[in-house]
Design a protein around this ligand. Structure first.
Ligand code: T6T
Length: 325
């Protein structure tokens, strides 16, 4: 009798153990559409997403355009929608221009989560406006990031002098918010600093470098620049170097490609603000999976920053946040 009872108990617990696996017979496919494919930020995001996909037994499809542009991103999105993945994670390249293309996914019953950038106001599931349909927004706090950049630049220049923002183009939620946070902090707490007109470089580091030199030619008393994303920052730093102004014109960089290490060590870049793109990708996949398996998910998830400078860049707990290539 005892043996029969023990066997029965074993059978019940074995069923309990395998039951969740049986319920998940379907293998989900989650698509990740980055802002562009050739950017360490999104390459790192993909790694985080892949780690979560491996842990959950999900197929991850990574498909994107070679440049950060709605004109090239929308056809990629259309192609992904046609393949009917179970969910789409996307970094929309424009707050407005991606609304209608993404609505097509939503209308086709494909859940949408935006990562890094947002559409509309970025506040989803409110019933307000025409862009609240994504389920969640997973990203850095980009206004805060801009404020951090402003404080770092203010410290580097002794709280006075002329600076400007090297930015991508208007309409991108992340870089718009970084500029907003930067200007807000400067206006509120740094009266000795003049913020010159923003220079837009279309995500082209060469353009950002020539713009730096042109701004410096017009303003020989320029003391600082905030590069609001990876290419803006690398370009601005190259411009400072080409102008022979290393250390005189201070650079605060958003994002942390591996090349930033040299730039920090040589004093060309004072501070780099690393985002945590792997975290964004990981929680993107986990959130999509949670939704697909019947869980409710947070409407927004904020990920952190790591501030890198000469004093800490050699610390492995800091350098682990450098982006992959
Ligand atoms: O700064 C990141 C990302 O957050 C932004 O939306 C676009 O530019 C990057 O990918 C860096 O190149």
């Amino acid at each position: 009798k005892k043996i029969v009872a023990a066997l029965a108990a074993l059978a019940i617990s074995a069923t309990a153990l395998v039951a969740p696996a049986l319920a998940q017979d379907k293998k989900f496919t989650i698509a990740l559409i980055p802002g562009l494919t050739t950017d360490g930020f999104y390459i790192t995001m993909r790694k985080g997403a892949q780690a979560a996909a491996d842990a959950l037994g999900v197929d991850l499809v990574f498909q994107g355009a070679p440049d950060f542009n709605p004109v090239t991103q929308v056809p990629v999105l259309d192609a992904v929608i046609a393949k009917k993945p179970d969910a789409i994670l996307i970094a929309p390249t424009d707050k407005v221009q991606l609304v209608e293309p993404l609505r097509k996914a939503n209308d086709a019953g494909i859940p949408v989560i935006t990562v890094d950038t947002f559409i509309g106001s970025g506040v989803y599931q409110t019933g307000a406006g025409d862009a609240d349909f994504p389920l969640s927004y997973i990203a850095s706090d980009n206004i805060l990031g801009g404020e951090i950049a402003a404080r770092a630049l203010a410290t580097a220049i002794g709280d006075k002098g002329k600076v400007y923002v090297s930015n991508v183009k208007p309409g991108i939620s992340t870089t718009d918010q970084r500029e907003e946070g930067f200007k807000k902090e400067m206006a509120a707490n740094h009266p000795g600093i003049t913020v010159l007109e923003t220079q837009f470089n279309d995500n082209d580091a060469n353009k950002a470098a020539s713009q730096l030199q042109a701004v410096f030619a017009r303003n020989p008393d320029l003391v600082g620049v905030f590069g609001a994303n990876l290419f803006s920052a690398l370009g601005a730093a190259n411009g400072v170097q080409q102008a022979g102004q290393t250390g005189t014109v201070k650079v605060v960089a958003f994002d942390a490609p591996t090349s930033i290490v040299d730039n920090i060590n040589t004093g060309l870049v004072d501070v780099a603000i690393a985002q945590h793109p792997a975290e964004i990708g990981y929680f993107g996949v986990v959130s999509a999976y949670a939704h697909l398996t019947g869980q409710s998910i947070p409407v927004a998830i904020g990920t952190g920053f790591t501030i890198m400078d000469k004093a800490n860049i050699a610390d492995p707990n800091i350098s682990k946040y450098l982006y992959s290539e």
